[in-house]
Design a protein around this ligand. Structure first.
Ligand code: F6P
Length: 379
């Protein structure tokens, strides 16, 4: 019996809700296009010695639409990500690249779908430059990838952070407390901004807007003058301290700084200055786990199906993207190496300011100027 052509798929970098939905969609649609599908295990590691992969089909991808994580495993450490500097282009050992290319050739893979964030797509681009037929799918809870309005995983992370704020409201109100919630997002404030607005936060501190403790405390005092005895402050892990400086706990295995700790600094300093009882919650990896939201399932499904179609059409070196209302594609090279960050003049920030939400800057009390008309996603 003649072999059907094969599509490969792998998930690289940090996991996020919706990866399984992509795997399922890519598998199902690739099979309907006449392909067999294999999934490489533990990201790009599965492509090299010892090569590890599993066949994917309608049976073993059934029911995974709503599962968090990735059935293929992933890694943001390992041989493909070593020596990666923050914001720098990933430089992979050429031997690994040629091993990966050999695996793809030997297994008769027509196209390799690489699902990942900026770093993983940077690796995909290098494989592509060495002749490996790759197609990219953007994922990250941080929503910081260029050329796509949203990455799947983001909406689920925002839902988790919003739920945390909903819960913090009641306990903060009961105890008339100031509470700080630190959320993820690396160098982009998307999660803090969207969850802060959706969860009724009072102050939102993000990397894109310089803030001071004076302004944060002033906002709390203004609220108290209005009789509001509790305040919720949402802090993005990448929000720099006044005067500059990221707060982090050393380096992770892949050469990136492990962000975290700014929430505690904000909580302690605001408490000290105001003589108030402040509690801080760090949401951490809870934002990466669990069931994807319906929006993320939908986006991931469209991405997976579109990626299979790109392979079928031989459009290698491209990455699927969401340009509302369409799912489209761009060159991977156009999307990597530069971050999509919050526009401080964008509609979401302006709407928040119009409601009196503070960003810890001098514009907190300024007149609402109205931003240029932009999409609700502020991208
Ligand atoms: O990029 C996704 C992300 O969750 C960031 O928001 C966070 O800073 C980082 O990954 C955490 O990485 P790790 O899982 O290596 O701790």
């Amino acid at each position: 019996m003649a072999h059907r052509p094969r599509i490969g798929i792998l998930t690289g970098g940090g996991d996020c809700p919706g990866l399984n939905a992509v795997i399922r969609a890519a598998t199902k649609s690739a099979m309907r296009l006449g392909y067999d599908v294999v999934g490489f295990l533990r990201g790009y590691e599965g492509l090299v010695d010892p090569v590890s992969y599993m066949p994917l089909d309608a049976h073993n991808t059934a029911g995974i639409l709503l599962e968090g994580g990735t059935i293929l495993g992933s890694t943001n450490k390992g041989r493909f990500t070593s020596l990666v500097g923050e914001g720098e282009r990933v430089q992979i050992d050429p031997q690994l690249v040629s091993q990966a290319a050999t695996t793809v050739r030997q297994l008769g893979i027509t196209g390799l779908i690489c699902v990942g964030g900026d770093g993983s797509l940077g690796i995909a681009q290098q494989l592509h430059e060495h002749g490996v037929p790759v197609v990219g799918v953007p994922k990250t809870i941080d929503n910081d990838l260029c050329c796509t309005a949203f990455t799947f995983g983001f909406d689920s992370a925002v839902a988790t952070a919003t739920d945390a704020l909903d819960r913090l409201h009641t306990t903060a109100a009961s105890h008339e407390r100031i509470m700080v919630l630190e959320v993820m997002g690396r160098h982009a404030g998307w999660i803090a901004l969207h969850a802060g607005i959706a969860g009724g936060g009072d102050v939102i501190l993000i990397p894109e807007i310089e803030w001071t403790f004076e302004n944060v405390c002033r906002k709390v005092m203004e609220r108290e003058a209005e009789g509001k005895r509790s305040t919720l402050i949402v802090v993005a892990e990448g929000a720099q301290q006044p005067g500059g400086g990221l707060v982090h706990a050393g380096c992770s295995g892949e050469g990136q700084v492990k962000l975290g700790g700014i929430g505690d600094i904000v909580g302690r300093e605001v408490g000290r200055r105001l003589g108030r009882d402040v509690r801080t919650v760090v949401l951490g990896h809870l934002q990466r786990g669990g069931t994807p939201t319906p929006f993320d399932r939908m986006l991931a499904t469209e991405f997976g199906a579109h990626a299979a179609r790109l392979v079928h059409e031989g459009r290698f070196g491209e990455m699927v993207c969401y340009t509302p209302p369409d799912i489209a594609s761009v060159l991977i090279s156009a999307a990597i190496g530069r971050l999509s960050t919050v526009d401080p003049r964008g509609s979401a920030v302006q709407a928040a300011r119009a409601l009196g939400i503070g960003f810890g800057d001098d514009e907190d009390d300024g007149p609402f100027e109205g931003g240029a008309a932009r999409s609700p996603g502020n991208v």
